[in-house]
Design a protein around this ligand. Sequence first.
Ligand code: GDP
Ligand code: IMO
Ligand code: MG
Length: 428
Amino acid sequence: MPATILVGAQWGDEGKGRVADWLAGESEVVARFAGGDNAGHTVVVGEKVYKLHLVPSGILHPGITCVLGNGMVINPVNLIREMDGLQASGVDMSPERLVISTRAHIITPAHIALDGASEKARGDQAIGTTLRGIGPAYLDKTGRKGIRAGQMADVEEFANALYDSIEQANRVLAEHGVEPLDPQAAAAVYVDAAARLKPYLRDTSVYLNQRLKTGARVLCEGAQGTLLDVDHGDYPFVTSSSPTAGGALTGLGFGPCHVDRVVGVAKSFSTRVGGGPMPTELHGELGDRLRGTGENFWDEYGTTTGRPRRCGWLDAVVLRYAAQINGFTELVLTKLDVLSGFDELKIALAYEIDGKRVDYPPSTVAELERATPVYESLAGWSADISRIQAAADLPEATRAYIRHIEALCDVPVPMVSVGPERDQVVFF
Ligand code: GDP
Ligand code: IMO
Ligand code: MG
């Protein structure tokens, strides 16, 4: 039985968590392959709202094994906090349910301090990171001086590696005029977390290949989104990993022969949190309407940082590009219910840059900042669609909106969501 890769088609927060929760129902293993606790995946199960940052959404289905793959960067203290929170809500967090790659990298207190200092130094060019230490941790990984999760097995070695990392960071922090960290105090809490995580450590590539060989279906749960990819996104306003389909293979350690589905998740409009270009961003009343008031947990305020998300019309240039980069076999559209009540809906078909029409995002931020969307206008619908269960019961204008997106991306849309709860989905 093969693997399914699920990735975000836009700038993150597309609703991957809720779609992963759906696909987990057909899986035996759910694995995260990139990023760290910069992710915030919301899953609603009955009355409970779970906000997952490191633990894959599959954990909410009994019997599934979850994997934190080698492509991830893990803050052990925040992982323990999340595991304890899940355990307190009645989720079994024993080592049979979660395995952590010995090759994943560790986010240290030094990385978090450096993330803050580097953002400050960028001034008005700040990326708007989640300040979780993601960039500095990947920098140490590719600079071949990172600490790997496997080192947590030897607490003394781990503590020494942490001291070194903090002392090195202190020299850089001093250049930024930032107070140094106390290595002993900063490391103590990490060492406790490491001792607790030891039983969960494993060679997850060997584990996944064994499970695939014996017929298990593996769901690779993406974090972030295609336009935040360090290669394919709006560099430098990106994260520091590869959250696209290719990243699933390197981030987990199995071959492409196992993959038979690549599911893209896109919100029915666009949102972005943090800095960087967003050609279809709406300021004023329309953007505010898409964002919501903040009264509901699904309104557009960051799951990880609480920041208001920038909102705008759907951008088919982005979706077409994401379909190509990832090789989507299907696309799931979320939050269609939020579009009820708009008289007209717009979709960007292309950009105009310096008088020329372009169908794919240009590679430089400077060009993207000059991009004007070429919009197409579609009829809106007024009905509340949030309790509709059958495709035939959706308003004709809703079905036309979905069909149009399918045509623009040349990818089928077999499922849409019309609310955050498990049963608020419609299949075609
Ligand atoms: P992720 O990071 O891609 O998993 O997405 P987030 O969880 O950060 O953000 C998606 C938000 O939209 C969450 O608050 C979800 O509960 C909510 N959501 C997901 N699907 C729907 C939907 O169809 N309708 C509504 N109203 N909210 C949704
Ligand atoms: P999920 O998995 C939305 C954004 C940050 C910032 C940029 C770099 O919930 O979709 P980082 O802390 O990674 O160095 O920040 O990437 N970002 C996300 N935006 N959803 C996410 O995750 C994100 N993870 C990072 O806002 O612009
Ligand atoms: Mg999110």
